[in-house]
Design a protein around this ligand. Structure first.
Ligand code: HEM
Length: 176
């Protein structure tokens, strides 16, 4: 009996720990119906993106123009499977997988959900992945943040129904 109680307490702590960790973001920006929350922990960005779609949701960092050269993180939830990918802007209006372009897949999936028509994806990404296709995220300075989501299809090929860009300071959360 004692063992069972200890197990239940342990399990509750794990669940509580995971939940509270996932919600522990320090900054948040919104654009239209989409939001991006994040915190910087050492050399890692912890991100959470959410948008009213049953398809993909994505953020991008530091394009040279439109989508070109940006580091993209896209994700969708299909059934109970969360798919998150690390892409790179290959043209003003197109992106491709880092791996296909000779780079590396550097995003780590933390979790994801699709509830009430809203998709939320949580991930971590190194500030300095070492992959030239990702560039480097410099917290205390200007970062060009792209946010976008697609229609209700679980495919990274369908174009955005919403996209936006803003300048943020990842260290302070200030926007311009
Ligand atoms: C999933 C596949 C995607 C396709 C097929 C796609 C396609 C396009 C196209 C054709 C344009 C040219 C402008 C237009 O006609 O609207 C464009 C522009 C743009 N896209 Fe994407 N895109 C995709 C994903 C993304 C993602 C993931 C983001 C950001 C997180 C993004 C951000 C932008 C921005 C900032 C522009 C330039 C501003 C604008 O023209 O509105 N795109 N995209």
């Amino acid at each position: 009996m004692k063992k069972i109680v200890m197990f239940l307490v342990g399990a509750a702590l794990v669940i509580f720990g995971v939940t509270s960790m996932a919600q522990d973001y320090e900054h948040e920006v919104t654009s239209g119906d989409m939001s991006f929350a994040w915190k910087i922990d050492g050399d890692t960005l912890h991100g959470k993106m959410s948008a009213p779609t049953k398809g993909w949701v994505a953020v991008g960092f530091n394009p040279s123009k439109a989508m070109k050269d940006a580091n993209f993180i896209l994700g969708y939830v299909k059934g109970d499977k969360v798919t998150v990918v690390d892409h790179h802007g290959i043209r003003n209006n197109a992106h491709a997988s880092d791996e296909k372009e000779g780079g590396t897949e550097d995003v780590t999936v933390v979790g994801g959900s699709e509830e009430g028509g809203t998709t939320t994806i949580e991930f971590t990404f190194p500030l300095k992945s070492g992959d030239a296709l990702d560039g480097e995220l410099v917290p205390d300075g200007d970062t060009m943040l792209l946010m976008a989501y697609g229609s209700d299809r679980d495919s990274f090929r369908v174009r955005h129904t919403y996209n936006a860009e803003m300048t943020v300071n990842l260290a302070t959360g200030a926007t311009k």
